[in-house]
Design a protein around this ligand. Sequence first.
Ligand code: ADP
Length: 580
Amino acid sequence: MVRFLRVVRPRLSLVAVLALLVAVPAAAWIAAGWAEAGARHALAERALGQMALYRANLTAGLQRHNAVPLVLAGDPAVRAVLEARRDPAAVEQLNRRLESISDGAGALAVYVLDRSGTTVAASNWEQETSFLGQNFAYRPYFREAIRGGVGHHFALGTTSGVPGYYIAFPVRDGEAARGAVVIKIGLEAVERAWAPGGGGTQADRAIVTDRHGIVFITSTPDWRFRSLALLSPDQRAMVEASQQYAGVVIRPLPITGGGVAAGELALGAPPVHYLVRSLPLPGTDWTLHVLSPLAPVYRQMLEVALSAALAAALLVLAGVFLVHRRRTLTRRREELEARVAERTAELSAAQGELIQAAKMAALGQMAAGVAHEVNNPLAAIRSYADNAVVLLERGKADSVRANLSEIAGLTERLARITRQLKVFSRKSSNALEPVNVATAVDHALALVEARRLGDGVELVWRHPAEPVWVRGEDVRLQQVLVNLFRNALDALRGAPEKRLEVRLESGGLTVRDTGAGIAPKHLGDLFEPFFTTKPAGEGLGLGLSISARIVQEFGGTLSAANHRQGGAVFTLTLNPAEPR
Ligand code: ADP
């Protein structure tokens, strides 16, 4: 990417870097916020669902055992051992019964307390840590039962040191309670059901706290008997007085941020962040809390933010790339245009030279024709002159005069030819001016006359009554015409009918011959430079291309076609001009 940015222009790369610096964090930030809100909401929803499940689990685990003390409280054998004078045999029998009931219910213990809170019968009667004879008057469950209610309590056993949940039912005697039947159950089954299902730190944690915020049921053993907040001295005194946790020192959980009230807390070092949902359990002073790790929320935030940042970066880079590409294309097109302009200039310079070269070549050919043309009059002059000398000696003055006037006529013709040659070889000025087309045709025809007559070609040329003026340049127009005439004469060589027709009409000037015409496949190529069908050494293939170029400079057109009755016809149109 760095390389890519380096090749773009400095200004563009600066803009790109700025855009990246703004767009990438902005996209990441917005996406993260959006993702966090969504993920938190989903997590909270799930936590509520979990909570209902945990609660149902807990209630089911506890209520399953309610029936045991309820039924025993009405049992005559229980009532019997609460009599003032009890039969030791009946006590032992009850002990055995309680033992088997406790085992059957999967309880930790089942026992009977008398009015003073002393244990008179117990399922663990044979064990070392037997409750028999122990007084539990201080236990809240006993106090509740003796008042006639149903006592519920969670505590660490003072005798056994084993934590358990106590349910106590009063043994009623009219209005008053004569004693209580208590079942102590372990909560391992509930805790086991709550234990994180292998999700490690990612899994939800469920805890139940008492009214002091002390955790006593938990799926995480390390958290047992630890408080959600530091206990006040009063709370501490109360906890100790109840002997509920049998002297276990209650330390607060290592909460490093937030709290239950805030709905979010961080635990331990390095801190693990949890979303907290709490639910007071009705009929108790307990609260169920579900702690859902926030790590997945953060991970999702991070993922979405990264994706958004990446997308933003890609968008910016794509934008930069497109702009860069467009600029490169524009620059390349400009370069191309410049090169085309340069080449065009070079070409037109070369063409100027070519025109001149072609002119000189034509001149050379013409010179041969002219020499031929000049030779005859010269030979005639010579013989007229020789004759005149003889006639002069014989004193035939009239004949001498006639000879001399013939000579004068012949020299006039020679002068005409050389005059036109001079005009032809002059380098053109390029300036456009009104040109008399008919005169230009006359001059051009004169230049090829010798050749035409020599080839026996008939000429049809109707001189218009009124001069036709066009915009152009005399010499170059003649050059175009000479080219057309010479091509026509070439085409007529060996033709059965040899005629050259020149017409000047409103549609333009047409030059038609009665030669073989132009092969249709060549019609499109005639005006290409160096296109020729003539044998090597005879045609350069430049005549028509130069002619077309000249006519184009005059603002006119030159086109080729085949005549209906055979032969080629070239049409030249030029812009009309004011007479000079
Ligand atoms: P060149 O005469 O040197 O060949 P031109 O550009 O003047 O070059 O002509 C190109 C070609 O056009 C000729 O070779 C010929 O094939 C064709 N052409 C031109 N004039 C005529 C014509 N009057 N009749 C038939 N073909 C012609």
